[in-house]
Write a protein that binds this ligand. Sequence first.
Ligand SMILES: *Cc1c(COP(=O)(O)O)cnc(C)c1O
Length: 224
Amino acid sequence: MTDIATNLREVKAQLPEGVRLIAVSKYHPAASIQAAYNAGQRCFGESHAQELDRKAALLPRDIEWHFIGHLQTNKVKYIAPYIAMIQSVDSLRLMHEIDKQAAKCGRVIDILLELHIAQEATKYGFTPSACREMLAAGEWRAMSHVRICGVMMMASNVDDEEAIAREFDAARACFEGLRHDFFADSPSFCHCSWGMSHDFPIAVRHGSTMVRVGTTIFGEREYR
Ligand SMILES: *Cc1c(COP(=O)(O)O)cnc(C)c1O
């Protein structure tokens, strides 16, 4: 049996001061989330809107939910009333929809821009140059119901730790450049979300401020 409280404690022991832990609970039942909650965890990551909706309704109100999967624009309305942060914003169109739905709820929703740095062709996200172009175009400045809080990325799923570290360094360099050029006056642009079960110890040595760890805390996911 998975001892969630022990796993959580072991992951947290490896995180430097100031690095936030998002416990990725996708495909795990509400009872597992409740166990982590009882052990003190408050931030959870989910990647499907319907699954998140179903579980959020069953769980304590003070959980901070982070959306980390590919989000279709037609699903934004379901999570807009309560989502704490949408980390996987990979298009201007999605950002517009989040702005619109957040306005309807009278909220400002925190978002991260998803960067595509890894080699894999299937990953979503902005390349660093596309991200820069999008910000330079300036449309986002009129979106008063989204707050851009930083960047997120997933490294290539490889064993080569140096290759992974290089991708994290590239993401951090991109973040620094964007902060310098577009967010110099925005202290809330401060988050670098990278590091998963297999690479979070590398991530925290390479600029991460927020790790998203699932399997190491909850065990293997059961896809049904
Ligand atoms: C599933 C997922 C994670 C967590 O992965 P683990 O390997 O289980 O730690 C992190 N980030 C994203 C975007 C994910 O989809």
